[in-house]
Design a protein around this ligand. Structure first.
Ligand code: ZN
Length: 360
């Protein structure tokens, strides 16, 4: 049932007459502001998006899974699960992601300072760290179950985790030699699609950016590719297609570009919709896998090095959208999500429902 209680004030911990703490549950599970620990808005925006990624939250807050994290010393998964627990089951509308930040900084020293960083880069690092961590659980389970191994030297990097299951997609590239028409195919997995913005326009749609990404390109001059038929470097046409659409689609807009020697931020207003159809870019005819629903947006305001990040996320239990500006949060209508500051878009193939979390 929808929570129709209109009170959005934080429910503080209260003390009873004996002095023991009675914990009251904050009435909007999963809607929790994050303290800024010094230029950490990029981290907070990314954490908010992951906090609203329901299948990931369900997995990380599963009690059995958490026992495995502890056994396998999955430090990233453990601290992140503790943060998600506070955000989904805690008693306050604000919490501090200090522990998550310090673990991330110990793994990736480049984030260990108080300067502004790129949210897209952080998201990629965080997902990779989580994936690496969870592979230890997958490996232990394989060992424990004594599953027959087809390959004796099974590649641990190929071990699937909830991260690869949700976020990993695959692109296919078809290259055609312009001299002999020889075709070659290869595939590459991806976690985030970084989309170019059309030049010489102040306004475009997300479909325009996708069309540009999947546009047929001609490689000439120093970009020519070696043709296995000709045995020479030739002008080559490259056709990129979506081979395997991911369950969760992460789109990043390449706003930070170069103009000559200078770094610039492109301020193109990119219009997006709540639903996205990728059928035009699929390599096969698996049409039912190509429809997506928007569930989170990262915005970047201001200049290149002095900007500010916020996140707008969908909350399943309350079926409402909230804007998170570090510790400050407010509910927003879904008609007010569109923003000229959009930097990243998170879409899910399946629309999210209320998460299945013990104790929720
Ligand atoms: Zn050729």
């Amino acid at each position: 049932m929808l929570n129709t209680n209109s009170c959005t004030r934080a429910v503080e911990d209260v003390k009873n007459s004996s002095g023991a703490e009675l914990q009251s549950r904050w009435n909007k599970p999963g809607v929790c502001g994050l303290d800024n620990s010094g230029n950490s808005c990029y981290l907070n925006a990314v954490l908010q998006c992951l906090c609203s990624t329901v299948p990931l939250v369900e997995h990380l807050l599963n009690q059995d899974a958490r026992k495995e994290f502890a056994k396998c010393r999955c430090r990233v998964a453990e601290v992140f699960a503790r943060l998600l627990e506070k955000m989904w089951l805690g008693s306050s509308s604000i919490c501090a992601p200090a522990e998550t930040r310090s673990v991330l900084c110990s793994i990736f020293p480049q984030f260990n300072n108080f300067s502004q960083q790129d949210a897209q880069e952080l998201l990629l690092y965080l997902l990779n760290a989580l994936h690496d961590d969870l592979k230890k659980v997958a490996k232990r389970q394989t060992h424990f179950l004594k599953q027959p191994r087809k390959e004796p030297n099974r590649n641990i990097d190929a071990e699937p985790t909830i991260v690869s299951h949700l976020f990993e997609g695959q692109l296919s590239y078809t290259t055609i030699c312009m001299h002999c028409d020889h075709q070659a195919h290869n595939t590459q997995s991806f976690t985030i699609l970084s989309l170019p913005l059309p030049k010489d326009t102040s306004k475009c749609s997300i479909q325009d950016c996708l069309s540009l990404f999947f546009e047929e390109t001609l490689l000439t001059g120093s970009e020519q590719m070696l043709c296995s038929e000709c045995g020479l470097r030739r002008e080559t046409t490259v056709l990129t297609r979506l081979e395997k659409p991911p369950e969760i689609l992460l789109l990043h807009l390449k706003r930070f570009g170069r103009k000559g020697k200078n770094q610039v931020k492109l301020r193109t207003n990119v219009l997006f919709s709540m639903k996205l159809d990728l059928s035009a870019f699929l390599s096969c005819s698996e049409q039912n896998a190509s429809a997506y629903h928007l569930y989170a947006v990262v915005n970047h305001m201001g200049h290149l090095n002095m900007g500010h990040y916020t996140a707008v996320c969908y909350n399943g239990p309350t079926q409402s959208w909230h804007c998170f500006d570090d510790a400050v949060l407010r509910e927003v209508e879904d008609t007010h999500i569109q923003s000229p500051d959009v930097y990243m878009l998170l879409y899910s193939h399946k629309p999210f429902q209320k998460p299945k979390i013990q104790g929720l």
